[in-house]
Structures are given as C-alpha cells and as structure tokens.
Ligand binder design. Structure first.
Ligand code: PLP
Length: 417
C-alpha cells in the first residue's frame, strides 16, 4: 500500500473505532474460565452424587482427618491421567497451582540442599507460557530465563546448552499438552531429550503441568509422551513432577488436584505437606471419584465440554481468517489449537501493547499483551492471548470484529512512523 492508501484506510478505521468508543462494550476474553454452560455439566457432582459409604478403599473415614496422600480410589483415578501407580500419586486440594507453589517453596527453602542457600537460582521458562507460573517464580526471587517454544515444545537445543553449563538453573516448567497459550503439544523427541539431557545441577526438576491432558477440542486427540517413564529409563527418575487438576473438567475452585512422580519424590513432598496440613478435602475427592469414575467417563465428559467450546474457537478462527486474508494477512498470525483454552496471536512487532490498550479503551478486556513472557517482557511486543471460553458467541463476535479493526489500525499507524 502507498502512504496515501494507508492514510485513506486509516481514516475509515479511525471512524469505525470512534463508533466503538462512543458505545463501549463490557466483554472479557482475558482468562481461561469455563462458561456457565460448561459449569452446568458438573452440577450433578453436587446435586446427584450421593456418598453412601463413608469409608475409602484403604479404610479411611473420609469425614475425618487422615489420608494425607489422598483416598486410594482417588489416587487410582488420577493415576490414569498421570500414568502413575498409587504410590506415585498424591491427591491434594482444589488447585494444582498450589501444589506447584508448595513444591517450589520446598526446594527453595526446606529441602535438604535448599536452593536459597545459593546466590542465584534460575529457572527455564518456555515462552509464550502461563503467566501464573512466572508470577510464582518471580515471587520466590527465582530468575527466569525465557526459551522460545517451537510449536512442538521448547527449543531443546537451547535448553540442553543452558542446563549443561549453569548449575544455578534448577529446573523448568513445561505445559506438555495444549500449552497455555500456544496450544502446542510437546513432541516425543523433546520428551526423550528432557529425560536424558545432562544437567549441571544434579537434582534438576521439571514441573510438568499437564493442566490440559484431556482437554481436546477435536477427535484428533493429542497426548504427550510419558516423561516419568522416560526419566526412569534414563536413570533420572526424580527429575519430573507432574500436575493435573479437575479445574476445567468439573468446577474450577471446587475441583481436585494431583501430583505424579517417583515414589521417593512423592514421599518427600508429602512430608513437606505434612507440615502445613493434616489432610485435604477427602469428601470432595470421593465426590469426584463417584462422578468421574474412570478415564473413559472423563473422556466422555470432556467431549461435552468440547461441544460447547469448539464453536467459539471456530468462530474466532473464521473471523480472523475472513478479515486477515490477502493483503491483510501480514498483520497477524494466530494458532488453531486442537485442545486447551487459548488462541495465541502473533502481531507485527511493536503492536501488541497498543492493540490491547485500544481494546481496553472500548470496554473489551484481553490478557495484558506479552503476559505470557517472564516479567511480561517481550522485546518484540507481538504476543496476545485470547481466551474465548467464557464469552457468549454474540459477544465473542463483537469482540473479534473490534479486535480485527484494532489490529489493522495499530499496524497501519506503526507502518507510517
Ligand atoms: N496450569 C495451567 C497451564 C493453566 O492454564 C491453569 C489455569 O488456567 C492452571 C494450571 C490452574 O490450575 P488449578 O486450577 O488446578 O490451580
């Protein structure tokens, strides 16, 4: 486009934007929250699940204290998601993030050779990743090293180089299935490399946050290879700690979370938990066992979520595809995930922050630009996360049309500077 053509087009876009500004919306596509229709899928968890036997398979009275590791049947159920034996499975409270945070606090402060005794503690952060992981690390004073994701997991060459050289690098986060926000699933090759890589710090850990393990949107179900098994085969069985939760299967905030790792690691972490809690909510664990039953029932339940979610993801893709075709295709690239909760946009460099701010000014809230990078710092300023799950389809359509206008407006304005 010539500068004249750009100016003409900008005039149209500015008047469209002015219309939005005069009549601001109240829409959020900022966080990966299930919609009300999705929550309804699990009402039976509370209304129809009757606990008739108050004793678990391992003879715990679930109404009382005890059973820090979780009910045997809950450990079995979560073992089907974690590929772990009962002894390798710990079932906790309502949040996997809390289990991760407690894990980090343990290694940082209370483990035998706690990291805090050292001058610097660093973590590898595959990016764009989950902002709450980065908040945790930052809060604990752990230096974050971003490593780019490739579409099939982290850039393993960079990871291998870094961990081989620097003993201050104690671990890394990985979201193996349908990563938040890029939607990618780690390749089998990368799983093998993570299990086998040499690390300068001997007790290097991988926090394997499998939050979207059964959260498929299509029949093409992706599954990350079993890192714990690969670590055992490589002689590094204590390297990985896996996390899952039912937050986006049943009711977020009222679900159940679990960890899977070697028996030694599970015992070590259980000892840590024993200093802060007597036992978790076993009644909720039992309700979830009765409601979710087994892996097959979980998969069926998740198909109902997909039926509600998929039209929203398709709608976003359809609107972006229609708007950014031909000449406009250079303004933005986006992911077409087969699972998880997010769509990631890569804008032209230097545009993401302005686009998100422009959206905010017309009453549409997005996740802050570049939040998926450690410290929220992304020198390219080109990363926007969309979370289409909560909004109604009509609102999503309005938000996407406004977003397309803002993307083009900001990109063209930048092209003139
Ligand atoms: N991990 C990832 C990657 C997530 O995207 C989320 C929620 O969005 C969570 C963990 C939160 O899990 P929980 O509710 O079990 O703490």
């Amino acid at each position: 486009m010539s500068n004249e053509e750009i100016s003409e087009r900008l005039e149209q876009l500015r008047s469209q934007y002015a219309l939005y500004k005069n009549r601001p919306f109240d829409i959020t596509i900022a966080r990966g929250i299930p919609s009300t229709d999705q929550l309804k899928l699990s009402e039976a968890l509370l209304n129809e699940t009757r606990i008739e036997n108050w004793y678990s398979e391992d003879e715990l009275d679930i109404r009382n204290y005890g059973g820090l590791f979780g009910l045997k049947e809950a450990r079995e159920l979560f073992g089907t998601l974690l590929n772990t034996q009962v002894e390798e499975t710990f079932v906790g409270g309502n949040s996997s993030l809390q289990l991760m945070y407690a894990t980090l606090v343990h290694f940082m402060y209370t483990a035998k050779d706690s990291w805090s005794k050292e001058e610097k503690v660093k973590f590898i952060c595959p990016s764009p990743g989950y902002d709450r992981h980065w908040f945790m690390l930052d809060h604990l004073g752990i230096e974050m090293i971003p490593v780019e994701l490739t579409g099939q997991g982290p850039d393993m060459e960079t990871v291998e180089k870094l961990v081989a050289q620097d003993p201050a690098i104690k671990g890394m986060f990985v979201v193996p299935t349908y990563n938040n926000p890029t939607g990618e699933t780690i390749s089998d090759k990368s799983v093998a490399r993570l299990a086998n890589m040499f690390t300068a710090y001997e007790d290097f850990i991988i926090l394997w946050d499998n939050a979207y393990v059964v959260h498929h949107l299509t029949d093409h179900k992706k599954e990350a290879a079993d890192l714990l098994k690969a670590c055992k085969e490589a002689g590094n069985e204590n390297r990985v700690i896996q996390y899952v939760s039912t937050s986006k299967m049943t009711l977020p905030g009222s679900g159940v979370a679990a960890m899977g790792a070697s028996e030694a690691r599970i015992n070590e972490l259980a000892l840590e938990f024993s200093k802060q809690i007597i036992s978790f909510d076993k009644i909720n664990q039992m309700r979830h066992v009765l409601f979710l039953k087994d892996r097959e029932t979980i998969e069926e339940h998740m198909e109902k979520h997909a039926e509600i979610l998929l039209p929203k993801f398709d709608w976003v893709d359809t609107i972006l595809s229609a708007y950014f075709s031909g000449d406009r295709s250079t303004f933005v690239q986006w992911t077409k995930p087969e699972g998880g909760y997010f769509i990631h946009l890569t804008t032209q460099d230097g545009c993401a922050t302005d686009i998100v701010e422009k959206m905010k000014a017309i009453g549409i809230e997005l996740t802050p630009a570049n939040a998926a990078y450690p410290y929220g710092i992304n020198p390219k300023d080109n990363s926007i996360r969309l979370a289409p799950s909560f909004a109604k389809l009509d609102d999503l359509e309005i938000a996407m049309e406004a977003l397309c206008t803002c993307i083009e407006l900001v990109s063209l304005e930048k092209s003139l500077t």
